[in-house]
Design a protein around this ligand. Sequence first.
Ligand code: BMA
Length: 325
Amino acid sequence: MKLIHAESLPNIPWEEPKIPLRDSPLWRYSENPVIRRDLTKRSNSIFNSAVVPFKGQFAGVFRCDDTARLMNIHAGRSKDGFNWEIEDEPIRFIKTDSEIPDSDYKYDPRVVFVEDRYYIIWCNGYYGACIGMGYTFDFEKFYQVENPFMPFNRNGVLFPRKIHGNFAILSRPSDSGHTPFGDIIYSESPDLTFWGKHRHVMAPTDGWQSTKVGAGPAPIETDEGWLLFYHGVLYSCNGFVYSFSAALLDLDKPWKIIARPKPYLVSPQELYELVGDVPNVTFPCAALVDGDTKRLAVYYGCADTVTGLVFGKVDEIVNWVKKNQ
Ligand code: BMA
């Protein structure tokens, strides 16, 4: 298996497994949660957040719900991917067109480098949940562009390169509430304003992914297909349970699934994943990959309260996905 377009990341946050792995090729960071809930002055919780390599170090956009329980996204920096400094104030986007509507709230950001800049995609409050989008070159100034989709939609995730000459995105049409359904849809745009060529990618099936599914971090390009980490939701007598796994999508037609496993890779099992503002949630939003060693680190929200890290090797994950269908 080869990674395509993957840069060297020798300083990827990393820890070898401390206990033998059971049946998943991912292991948790022994000092999880890597990001605590109270890292900014007024944060109630910091979770479902996105990080990228930036100038030899790391930068990110973080979902910080404040002590009024209002949801917003904040910029942050880290030298090592473990220790983060997150701005106390939310990002103030500069509108690229004065008619771009204000956001009632922002949450669940993803950050993806495409061509010359870092795009930020988030769940944007505009008459309910829809997808918001912006970009930055430096993590200091942030610009907002048009909302790609009308309400209601969540989990917008841009591909890291154009496909068929167009920007490509995954999203999950939803309702205005907590949405007891949800499929992943693929769309393309020539200009990041007008979106079309919508294709159905993935529906819920059974077990841990029986209620809804949604894209997680930006897909990772390999010669075996796009490796897509995605969350799946099960509805139990105690509410929703969020686990995650990974699938392989066709490189040229990403709406075609090459391999999709039956089991989850990670489900809520540790106390910080089981207990919090929303119990039983593991929700991945970002992945770092070292192109040389194929080491991978995934950041995921835990119980809507803190952020965790899991590690793995891309080869082993791709093999596991193919073996466990
Ligand atoms: C979703 C979003 C996520 C959250 C999840 C579980 O609808 O709000 O931010 O992690 O629910 O509560």
